[in-house]
Write a new protein. Sequence first.
Length: 150
Amino acid sequence: MSIEVILKETVEHLGRRGEIVKVANGYARNYLLPRKLALAVTDENKRQVDRERAKAEVREAEERTAAQAFATRLESVEISIPRRVGENETLFGSVTSADIADALAERSLPIDRRKIQLVEPLKTLGDHVVPVKLHREVTAQVTIKIVPAV
């Protein structure tokens, strides 16, 4: 047996905020409704979700615009990180997302290190392009230059 609910939040593999979806009765009763992720489908709840959706769309547009502006600032900056190197110009250690976040913070561009999407730490000298996810739809490409420390 299934029931229709209105999603108040985006639920992965189910739907986005404001959508009306059919789910199993137990899933709605035991998971979605107690966690306030969904509402039962009624006319009043539909109106409430429409009002919330309008507010959320405006907020989302503002956040996206701010993220795009910050992305243009990030992409115009080239960060230089000095590291100790060995004889064959091999790095002692590596450059991690925390190091990049600290270097950006010194340039008054504070960013959470978890938004820096390094697959693995940088272990070679030279220029590296690192993606920074600022918003669900906005990703900036930051140029990191690793140079030998003097």
